[in-house]
Design a protein around this ligand. Structure first.
Ligand code: AMP
Ligand code: MG
Length: 480
């Protein structure tokens, strides 16, 4: 590994250095060899992956640390938070010379654990491990993980579960909530901190006329692109608190997430989300709210002679959110539909299709595959309101009639995944892993290496459809 320890250069008030506390009886769960190669792990590092991913081996080049931050949780100011059960154990360079954080989740209690035990359970580790892998393979910027370990140590949740640790990777663990903590508790650190964020993550903004405004605009745009991609692949993050969004627009901290099965935009996948704040359909407006909250923390950086103008300029940065989101979402949706994005009726027609999926409770992934395979009869046969479907199909085919459909069809195959990470697939992998059988984790890991490609030898029939609607849902909550 090539180390690039830079977070420890920040003011020590922003973190707490401590060692991981290993779990009893740590054992191998799964290892992401391709990612370890990308991160330039040597053969010796790779041979020691179980020790590294269970907190037994740390590095002389980096003293592990817990970050402090704050946040708004479910819309309410939550005060000081921080890494309560994870440690940054290294910052290393990957093959592209990009600095990547190695964050060991489940590594024991820290000063920021509040009432928590500092641990993660195998169930939630597997969920995060496979979703990070799937999002990356789907082309959505996200954290990932080099590997995870299970253990023989029980951890109490609603019931006693197995403790586990995961070595998460991300280009950035600096959250919107970092700025909130600094503003609230150590405002004199703000200018330096923002300067470091720009240097590390947006160096191109250093030369802008107003670097802070350029930085804010980039953060807003990247977050908007990330959320547009979530909407397109049907990902609901589940807990979009300001402490769970980072400043590089790569998906982070998605415990109680869900991938869309039957198209239900207002479905609550996180059962701790009593007010339905973080449903799929709310994500763009919540992203906007979080960024607005974040921007308020930059106001103290206004130049003394120009305070009002700076505030207005910050507000103006937020205007980029909606335009960036719509640009990416509209283009992506038209590509999924096989419609030309420049045609004036393409977006309306796409929305008509989504309304049918919603009204008929059709499967999101499967319906786009049927559309791409021109299985219109199969789609129509699943509709109760066939008139609505016929109206849609007429418009759809008339838009496509004047187009070079070959190119549109090729595009459809590139953007419509063959597989989505259904809750029942995860559940089966988790139940087997809890009995020490990681074969299903491995099968899903391989299936989601290339989610846009049909893999007859790996797939199972149950991967291709949601559970029947009379089977109770798997419950996922914040308690992980
Ligand atoms: P999350 O919703 O998982 O992002 O967690 C919100 C906050 O609670 C973060 O500061 C976490 O570090 C902390 N936290 C969550 N679970 C635990 C736990 N089991 N022990 C200690 N802290 C926790
Ligand atoms: Mg979090």
């Amino acid at each position: 590994m090539q180390f690039n320890p830079r977070y420890p250069l920040l003011n020590p008030k922003l973190f707490h250095q401590q060692m991981p506390v290993p779990l009893k009886g740590a054992k191998a769960g799964h290892f992401n060899q391709a990612l370890a190669d990308q991160l330039q792990w040597s053969d010796a590092d790779q041979a020691a992956w179980v020790e590294i991913c269970s907190g037994q081996k740390t590095f002389a080049e980096f003293e592990p640390l817990a970050m402090v931050y704050a946040g708004h949780q479910f819309g309410q100011w939550a005060g000081q938070l921080g890494d309560g059960r994870g440690l940054l154990i290294a910052q290393i360079l990957d093959k592209n010379n990009q600095t990547i954080d190695l964050h060991l989740k489940g590594a024991g209690a820290t000063p920021y654990s509040r009432m928590g035990d500092g641990r993660a359970v195998l169930r939630s580790v597997i969920r995060e491990y496979l979703a990070g892998h799937a999002l990356n393979a789907l082309g959505v910027a996200s954290s990932n993980a080099v590997g995870f370990t299970s253990s023989a140590q029980g951890v109490q949740r609603e019931k006693l579960e197995l403790g586990a640790m995961m070595l998460r990777t991300s280009d950035c663990h600096i959250r919107l909530g970092h700025f909130e903590w600094i503003n609230q508790y150590q405002p004199e650190l703000l200018a330096d901190f923002v300067q470091k964020c720009i240097e590390w993550h947006y160096p191109e903004c250093l030369n802008a006329e107003q670097p802070i405004l350029a930085f804010a605009t980039k953060v807003i745009q990247r977050t908007a692109v990330m959320i547009a991609k979530w909407q397109l692949v049907g990902f609901a993050h589940g807990v979009m608190n300001t402490d769970n969004l980072n400043i590089t627009g790569s998906t982070l901290d998605f415990g109680p997430y869900g991938f869309m099965e039957r198209f239900r935009p207002n479905w609550i996948n996180n059962h701790s989300d009593y007010n339905a704040r973080y449903t799929y359909q709310q994500q763009p407006s919540i992203g906007h709210w979080n960024l607005w909250t974040w921007l308020n923390n930059l106001i103290p950086l206004a130049p003394a002679e120009n305070k009002q103008q700076f505030k207005e300029d910050l507000a103006q940065c937020l205007e980029h959110f909606e335009t960036t989101f719509l640009e990416h979402y509209t283009l992506g949706l038209c590509q999924k539909m096989g419609l030309p994005s420049f045609h004036k009726d393409s977006f309306d027609c796409s929305m008509a299709f989504l309304r049918i999926l919603q009204a008929e409770q059709l499967d999101y992934t499967d319906s786009f595959i049927r559309l791409q395979n021109k299985s219109y009869t199969a789609l129509r046969d699943d509709c109760l309101d066939t008139r609505q479907f016929d109206t849609f199909l007429n418009q759809y085919q008339s838009i496509r009639a004047d187009q070079a459909t070959d190119e549109l069809d090729v595009q459809m195959f590139k953007v419509n995944p063959q597989y989505t990470l259904r809750n029942h697939m995860l559940q089966k992998a988790i139940e087997l892993a809890e009995r020490n059988d990681f074969s299903e984790v491995d099968r899903l890991f391989k299936l989601f290496n290339t989610p846009y490609t049909k893999q007859q030898l790996l797939e199972q029939t149950s991967d291709l459809a949601p559970l029947p609607s009379d089977v109770p849902e798997v419950m996922v909550s914040c308690s992980s």
